[in-house]
Design a protein around this ligand. Structure first.
Ligand SMILES: CC(C)(COP(=O)(O)OP(=O)(O)OC[C@H]1O[C@@H](n2cnc3c(N)ncnc32)[C@H](O)[C@@H]1OP(=O)(O)O)[C@@H](O)C(=O)NCCC(=O)NCCS
Length: 277
């Protein structure tokens, strides 16, 4: 039982080892070692209720490297404590010099404490799922190959052309992600014109990113990339694949529908709040 006000603070390595399995179970991190490497560079990232870390914990991160956007990646707290704990998490982000806090992807229910803290919705996402990964083939409209570390800048250029500020990955983000994820690039006449990223955890596949340079869209490149990603997931033992896309993104929703993705009932919201002092 907690007597008096709960005290919050950063987790030490013993506490992190206790909380890591909870974060893996919640799908926030892939492996416990991901948390330990994050804490090595950002010891403030895992905040807990001292004495009750498994009940109350929150994972913070940089939303985009090189920006002042911080992220609340995960929040676990009892309903009576959520607001106070979220307040603490925002204080930590502010102390780290962040000026904007971005929420995790939230169901309407999970969004409540964020709304009460003054977060506003940036975007509404739909969740799409495809079961039974059969062989998928795209037309051969360009070369599709595995991405390499040297592709980071070209991928960043695609993101800059395709996504708004909040979604856009920069070169340092991509460099950090490439060794941890499976990515494909589409190349035509020596130019990198599209990419996607996929991942798998216990048979559940995810398409994390998919983008094609605007002047090369509607030529089958997105389909070819998606087909390559789905084939990789199937060969890696994937039994289903899930992804999120903006509710109003007609192009991607049509593309995913053509590949047999179906809409799941829950929508998710991405929210943000300015946290400048
Ligand atoms: C979504 C995206 C990757 C599609 O790439 P693409 O190379 O244009 O896709 P394809 O040429 O393979 O198109 C396949 C099908 O998708 C649908 N589609 C693609 N673009 C469309 C558009 N602008 N409007 C309506 N449907 C579209 C069509 O059904 C199309 O088949 P069709 O051309 O025979 O009608 C591309 O539009 C893009 O990069 N958008 C910006 C980034 C983005 O939103 N990514 C998805 C985030 S999850």
């Amino acid at each position: 039982m907690v007597i008096g006000k709960p005290r919050y603070g950063p987790a030490n390595s013993d506490v992190a080892a206790l909380v890591a399995p909870e974060l893996v179970k919640a799908g926030v991190i892939g492996r416990a070692s991901d948390l330990h490497s994050q804490l090595a560079s950002s010891p403030w990232a895992l905040q807990v209720c001292l004495g009750w870390p498994r009940r109350t914990h929150g994972l913070l991160d940089v939303w985009r490297r090189g920006t002042r956007m911080g992220a609340v990646r995960h929040l676990e707290a009892r309903s009576g404590e959520r607001r106070r704990f979220l307040c603490h998490l925002l204080d930590v982000l502010r102390d780290q010099g962040f000026e904007l806090a971005v929420s995790p992807l939230l169901t309407d229910r999970a969004a409540r404490p964020f709304t009460r803290m003054g977060f506003g919705e940036i975007e509404r996402l739909v969740v799409l799922k495809k079961d039974q990964l059969r062989s998928a083939s795209g037309d051969r409209v360009c070369e599709i190959r595995s991405a390499e570390a040297t592709d980071a800048q070209a991928i960043a250029a695609i993101d800059a052309a395709c996504f708004d500020e909040v979604w856009r990955l920069r070169s340092p983000d991509i460099t950090a992600m490439l060794p941890e994820t499976t990515a494909f690039v589409a190349v035509r006449d020596g130019r990198t014109i599209g990419y996607n990223m996929v991942s798998i955890s216990r048979g559940a596949g995810t398409v994390g990113r998919l983008a094609v340079m605007p002047d090369c869209q509607r030529q089958g490149v997105g389909s070819a990339l998606l087909a390559a990603g789905l084939s990789w997931l199937r060969d890696a033992g994937g039994t289903s694949v899930t992804l999120c896309t903006q509710r109003g993104n007609v192009a991607s929703r049509r593309l995913y529908a053509r590949f047999g993705f179906e809409l799941l009932p829950d929508e998710l919201a991405l929210m943000q709040k300015e946290i400048v002092r």
